[in-house]
Design a protein around this ligand. Structure first.
Ligand code: FAD
Ligand code: FES
Length: 393
């Protein structure tokens, strides 16, 4: 087995200390490039080291930025195009979790990017826009998510990618992957934006569209102050879809955007007789995805039932009764408590809480690390009590 020196990323300041021409700095730069390109780089694994370091920030539009990250030392990032990571942040002393789709492509595994729209009045997106710059470290879990073009690859290589606004991010990861792999695919990417100034990744799409088998068609609702739009205009309609994709029925369709946009797409495709088994969508609001599982919602009638346990929430100073077949979060909500949560299905990590005593049965989907479970953390949205519990919340 070949032994190799520990991998380390040279700091920019370290490189700036020397004159670029000096042999030392040249050798350091060569070493850096050689290390980064080492095919044997270990994978980034949020179970082992969940820190991501910001390496670059790109302004995509007036209110959208891309943040590029890598591990603290060189790592390869593996994910399926369309998946997301959950940022685990501490903002003003509060722990906050938010999910962001990976907008980069796993074909370029050294870096991982997210692209976020700034929501005025929001907690995390303005913080990212205002705070994130090269060198800033954050924690993240993932990747996760079922919306991806690997598990739902098109049998004939034909794709229709549909997005609106910041919903472009998972589809951009797919488009970049198809483009980099230069496979025999036929990708049609229709992106809806308010105006030309709001088209995210406009130049990247234009560059990819130079390759055969890739078409990118932006659709704008209106002009920008400094550009009148000459392309497709208005909201997406079935005749518009059929005009640009006469072979619509042969395509695997992926869509992401606000709930009304996706409702419109669904109804157009259903109306056209499209096989909805070949339609896949992602929502940036978990509540828009599907109703809560019966298992997660509190049972309507627990009269005949199962054991009931006392669950004490230390910070909220509340104690409630939770039947053994009910998730703790659902019972707390039913009791009128407002606890942090987002996906309610064990994905995002927002409801993570410390279990001070007792035992739960937890069925999560990647929103918590094994070492956190070992430290007594639980996701209360997908945990049912097996005894009386004391939870720090
Ligand atoms: C799977 C997934 C993937 C995602 N991928 C992306 C992505 O690629 N890019 C992206 O930009 N986003 C993405 N999101 C959305 C992202 O997670 C955040 O929801 C988004 O950035 C807003 O977070 P925030 O903390 O800034 O706003 P929040 O604080 O969560 O607020 C959201 C909005 O609600 C408003 N609001 C907040 N509190 C209130 C209140 N009390 N009353 C009324 N309005 C209120 C805010 O003004 C803001 O407009 C994704 C979400 C999911 C679930
Ligand atoms: S609310 Fe998302 S993991 Fe619990």
């Amino acid at each position: 087995m070949v032994s190799r020196p520990p991998l380390r990323r040279a700091g920019l300041s370290e490189m700036a200390d020397a004159t670029p021409e000096t042999p030392r700095i040249l050798s350091s730069r060569r070493q850096l490039v050689a290390t980064e390109l080492d095919a044997r780089l270990p994978d980034w694994d949020s179970e082992e080291d969940d820190v991501l370091v910001c390496r670059a920030v790109r302004q995509e539009t007036h209110d959208v930025r891309t943040f590029v990250f890598s591990g603290r030392s060189p790592r390869r990032h593996h994910y399926k195009p369309g998946q997301f990571i959950t940022l685990d942040l501490n903002i003003d002393g509060q722990s906050v979790n938010r999910c962001y789709t990976i907008s980069s492509s796993p074909t370029r595994p050294h870096l991982i990017s997210i692209t976020t729209k700034r929501f005025a009045g929001g907690v995390v997106s303005p913080w990212l826009h205002d705070t994130m710059k090269p060198g800033v470290e954050i924690r993240a879990i993932g990747p996760m998510g079922e919306f991806n073009c690997v598990d739902f690859a098109s049998p004939n290589g034909k794709y229709l990618l549909l997005s609106a606004g910041s919903g472009i991010t998972p589809l951009m990861s797919m488009a970049r992957s198809f483009h980099d792999l230069a496979m025999e695919t036929d990708v049609l990417f229709l992106h809806s934006a308010r105006s030309p100034a709001d088209i995210i990744f406009r130049s990247d799409l234009a560059i990819m569209a130079r390759s055969p088998g890739f078409r990118a068609i932006p659709i704008c609702e209106h002009d920008s102050p400094d550009e009148s739009w000459t392309g497709l205009r208005g909201r997406i309609t079935l005749p518009m879809l059929q005009m640009v994709a006469p072979d619509l029925m042969e395509r695997e369709v992926f869509a992401c955007g606000p709930a009304p946009y996706m409702a419109g797409i669904r109804s157009m495709l259903t109306g056209a007789g499209f096989d909805m088994a070949r339609y896949h969508e992602e929502s940036f609001k978990f509540e828009d995805l599907a109703p809560l599982d019966a298992a997660i919602a509190p049972p309507a009638n627990t009269a005949n039932a199962v054991a009931t346990y006392k669950v004490e929430f230390t910070k909220s100073r509340r104690t409630i009764e939770v039947p053994a077949d009910t998730h703790v979060l659902a019972a707390a909500r039913a009791a009128g408590m407002r606890l942090p949560s987002s996906c309610t299905r064990g994905l995002c990590g927002t409801c993570k809480s410390k279990l001070l005593s007792g035992e739960v049965a937890m069925q999560h989907q990647g929103g918590i690390r094994q070492r956190e479970i070992d430290q007594g953390m639980v996701l209360i949205c997908c945990s049912k009590p097996l005894s009386d519990l004391v939870i720090e919340r």
